[in-house]
Design a protein around this ligand. Structure first.
Ligand SMILES: [Zn+2]
Length: 412
């Protein structure tokens, strides 16, 4: 991302490396002085957004450049930070899945000058890319496409050179070994200063597939994915294969192949709108804040605000827990709607015609039964959307089994 603002400071800008916090809510000054006419610009400021976790790396390149510039009698390098803001974090498809802390920073550094010349770009030979140009933002177009060479000694090819621009608009390039003797430019300052400038002009607050350490995920988004996959594909716990938690993580943060992801998106589409169920799971999690169970209290904490990526597994595990809990709470005449697989079709004694007991299991492992006279009877293994009225809950092999009546069924 290119710096969003750029200011040139007059001689006598910040002389020491200092760092200042802007009070929250105040505007970021983009370098406060415009030089009087005729006075030469000796410093430059770049303002751009970074994630808060990227500040450590920025401070390191600033400190290194600052040591070198001050050791050579130049002004220091200086960082000013704007107020911390919340930057939305999208997934690879642009869907907002969370947020990270970010802020606008302004980096001020001295310009390297020599008798009317100013260093405006670094041109580096790269065996793979040819020449890599890092230019001060006002001169990007002017420096684009330059090939590394040295006008002083005529060297070309594998070298690092610097592009200088004279006040009269003419340009020249000097290789690292000639910059000192020819233009009195200290090589160590050039290297460290340009490392800083490259950092500032190429830093990206957002990279697809990256997981910043302070990324916080929207709990509702995590739970919607978890509900959709549980309902549609069945909950997969640890030890049973690619777990539902890992699938949700792949949807949110990437790290899975295109084909596999395509399959997951297929499940999401097929599951339809699960926002209401996800909201019910979230509320159930939050109600556990005073629960006796350590697990429920942990869930309540994870679901209270945006969640850390390490909490994905915990949150996803709440979905089958909630669904089984919701099943236990069912009462006669409640309306229940599930997507389930037929596990058994067995004949029942009947005085009025053919009757079958049809048993289902849903994605959360819940058991349902329906004594049906509705033909055609389904086959074992069929996946159906079933909507009916609750008759009663019974216990079967240690699990709750819900008997339904007057069911409407449709292929899932
Ligand atoms: Zn040279």
């Amino acid at each position: 991302m290119s710096p969003t603002a750029l200011t040139v400071l007059p001689r006598g800008g910040p002389a020491r490396s200092t760092e200042a916090d802007q009070p929250a809510g105040s505007a970021v000054p983009h370098g406060r002085a415009v030089p009087p006419p005729g006075e030469r610009m000796t410093s430059m400021s770049l303002t751009f957004p970074v994630r808060t976790d990227q500040l450590t790396a920025l401070r390191q390149v600033i400190e290194q450049a600052d040591r070198q510039t001050r050791a050579h009698g130049l002004a220091g390098c200086h960082l000013t930070r704007g107020p911390v803001e919340t930057m939305p974090w999208p997934d690879i498809n642009g869907v907002p899945i969370g947020a990270v802390a970010s802020q606008d920073v302004t980096v001020t550094f001295p310009l390297l000058q020599f008798e009317g010349w100013t260093v405006i770009a670094q041109v580096e030979h790269d065996p793979a890319a040819g020449s890599v140009v890092t230019a001060l933002p006002p001169y990007e177009d002017e420096a684009a496409g330059r090939i590394a060479h040295c006008d002083a000694c005529g060297e070309r090819g594998a070298l690092t050179s610097y592009l200088l621009r004279h006040e009269d608009g003419s340009t020249m390039q000097l290789g690292t070994t000639c910059a000192g003797p020819y233009a009195n430019l200290p090589v160590a300052v050039l290297g460290d200063l340009w490392r800083l400038i490259r950092w500032c002009t190429t830093v990206e607050p957002y990279e697809p597939g990256e997981v910043p350490p302070d990324l916080r995920l929207h709990v509702d988004q995590v739970l919607e994915y978890a509900v959709a996959l549980t309902v549609q594909a069945g909950y997969v716990k640890r030890g049973e294969g690619w777990t539902t938690a890992e699938q949700v993580r792949a949807l949110l943060l990437g790290g899975a192949g295109r084909e596999v992801l395509g399959q997951l998106y297929e499940h999401l589409r097929a599951a339809g709108d699960v926002a209401a169920t996800a909201a019910a799971v979230r509320d159930w999690c939050r109600r556990g804040v005073t629960a006796a169970s350590d697990y429920r209290r942990k869930l309540a904490r994870a679901a209270a605000h945006d969640a850390a990526p390490r909490d994905i597994g915990l949150l996803v595990s709440a979905v089958p827990m909630y669904l089984r809990e919701a099943q236990r709470q069912l009462k006669a005449k409640d309306r229940e709607s599930i997507t389930a697989t037929v596990t058994e079709v067995s004949p029942l004694a009947s005085e009025w015609g053919e009757r079958r007991r049809i048993r289902f299991t849903d994605g959360a492992g819940r058991l349902y039964a329906w004594d049906s006279m509705t033909k055609p009877f389904p086959d074992e293994g069929q996946r159906l959307r079933v909507t009916g009225r609750v008759v009663r809950n019974a216990l079967r092999e240690g699990k709750v089994e819900t008997y339904l009546t007057r069911c409407r069924v449709a292929p899932a």
